[in-house]
Ligand binder design. Structure first.
Ligand code: NAD
Length: 491
């Protein structure tokens, strides 16, 4: 039986934004066999909705609808496609509070952070509405006068986006806005834990008139839907944000059709504090980078490397700030750390803390999670080293491990000794070091004296096992465009 939480509905200014059906070819649909999945509020364990548990068959229909819509969508002038995006952007801004409430209810993040994510997510729609008009080709000088050579940029074709639960809105808009701007229809498979934010975006897409088939949302079984999206030759591109393990699987599944791939995968961000850092700036930076979304971000500071001369002062100030964080239900005023997404997330955090303590780390503040609650006390661990699990894989929770180092060379060697290469941060006031370290860090994004490295105008993405491609910025549009060389001879 399909279910929607009436209490949540009653809290919304516009209850029609909360839907429990998937959106295919401009229609709101159930699973063919009526199967559903529950959406659980991590703050209290209550079911807030059931959503259709779709499989391969329904996904195939979404792909066929996208394909049917492609010719008309790509033929529209870029300015017209931009118009749809502008209206979608405005619709998101007009509904920030409702979209944020839906997000907090399914994901747990504090309401103010959810509002921030809606604005951040909408910023990509605005940015790519503007970029839609700028997919310029080139003329290339030829070796002889009787020829001309031009490049055209043309849409890739039907795209499919598979997105994670940690940013239920922005990870969708960062993919769909450039796809739509470029002239590609797109099908979204949102995380099964946070589908309601995706469906609310579909309500707004429908409301602003984005044509049927151009934007669809399929909810349900990840593997069945994923295999159809990767195995169906009509889908020309897969764009994925999530774990490296699933990214690798999707790449393997897409190999038969040699699909284009954008992969935004996991990270293991170093956060380096040199002796010559501005202490307050570094503490503020790590608070933002480490504790936003309860530490459940891919660019989260995961290994905090602190030079020996500043180590004690930095540790003391960090502990002071961490103790000010307020853990609780995301809708409670003043809460800065919500629950983790599920029990598996808590047990990973617990395993990391226990492993570190067993290898000699010191609990400077915080606690070992008790395992029954999704609420985790923000924790700082001193005396950590590179052999600990928390230094080797992303913890994805509010745990800050401090690793002491003595020289710049040593810090760089530790920072780069990871198969991941997404975000990295360093704090120094020394100009030569600023250049040296910025160039030597093997990561797709590097923050110098800042804990924030994601915004619409900047290229976002990783190297090594953190992925392929870039989102946001002018580069984000290229991911959805093919370059065609047009040779003109006989002149
Ligand atoms: P996940 O890989 O478990 O899931 C991501 C998406 O893949 C979800 O929609 C899920 O339902 C789907 N999925 C899972 N198994 C699948 C399968 N067999 N076939 C098709 N789809 C499948 O990741 P998550 O737990 O949702 O997200 C956390 C991870 O995402 C972390 O590793 C984090 O670092 C990463 N992440 C990366 C970025 C980035 O931009 N690089 C941003 C956010 C999160």
């Amino acid at each position: 039986m399909a279910f929607l939480c009436s209490t949540l509905q009653a809290q919304l200014n516009d209850p029609s934004l909360l839907v429990n059906r998937a959106y295919i070819n401009g229609e709101w649909v159930e699973a063919d066999n009526g199967a559903t999945l529950e959406v659980i509020n991590p703050a209290d364990g209550q079911c807030i909705a059931t959503i259709p548990n779709l499989g391969a068959e329904e996904t195939r229909r979404a792909i066929a609808a996208a394909d049917a819509s492609w010719a008309t969508w790509k033929a529209k002038p870029a300015a017209e496609r931009a118009g749809y995006l502008e209206r979608w952007y405005q619709a998101m801004l007009d509904n920030v509070d409702d979209l944020a409430l839906i997000m907090t209810s399914e994901q747990g993040k504090p309401y103010a952070e959810a509002q921030g994510e809606i604005r951040y997510g909408a910023s990509f729609v605005k940015w790519f509405a503007e970029e839609a008009r700028r997919s310029y080709g080139e003329t290339i000088p030829c070796p002889s006068n009787d020829r001309r050579l031009l490049t055209l940029k043309q849409p890739v074709g039907v795209c499919a986006a598979i997105t994670p639960w940690n940013f239920p809105n922005a990870m969708i808009t960062r993919k769909c806005a450039p796809a739509l701007a470029a002239g590609c229809p797109i099908i979204v498979k949102p995380a099964d834990l946070t589908p309601l934010s995706a469906l609310a975006l579909a309500v707004l897409a429908e409301r602003v008139g984005i044509p049927a088939g151009v934007f669809s949302v399929v909810t349900g079984q990840p593997a069945a839907i994923g295999q159809e999206l990767t195995g169906n030759g009509t889908v020309r591109k897969i764009t994925f944000t999530g774990s490296t393990a699933v990214g690798r699987l999707l790449m393997e599944e897409s190999a038969a059709h040699i699909k284009r791939m954008s992969l935004e995968l996991g990270g293991n961000a170093p956060f380096i504090v040199f002796d010559d850092a501005d202490l307050e700036q570094a503490v503020a930076g790590v608070m933002l980078s480490k504790f936003r979304n309860a530490g459940q971000t891919c660019v989260c500071a995961n290994r905090i490397l602190v030079q020996e001369g500043i180590y004690d002062r930095f540790a003391a100030r960090l502990v002071e700030e961490v103790r000010k964080l307020k853990v609780g239900h995301g809708m409670e005023p003043g809460v800065t750390i919500g629950p983790l997404i599920n029990a598996a997330a808590v047990s990973k955090v617990k395993r990391h803390i226990e492993d570190a303590l067993s290898q000699g780390a010191t609990l400077l503040t915080g606690a070992i999670p008790d395992g029954d609650s999704l609420y985790v006390t923000p924790t700082v661990l001193g005396g950590c080293h590179t052999e600990m699990q928390l230094a080797q894989e992303e913890t994805f929770g509010p745990v800050a491990p401090l690793l002491r180092f003595s020289t710049e060379e040593q810090a760089l060697a530790i920072a780069n000794a990871t198969p991941f290469g997404l975000g990295a941060y360093y704090f120094t006031q020394n100009m030569s070091r600023s250049w040296r370290v910025g160039e030597a860090l093997e990561f797709g994004m590097v923050g110098l004296n800042t804990g924030i490295i994601s915004m619409d105008v900047a290229p976002f993405g990783g190297i090594k096992q953190s992925g392929l491609g870039r989102e946001g910025s002018k580069y984000g549009l290229d991911e959805y465009l093919e370059v065609k060389a047009l040779h003109i001879g006989g002149l």
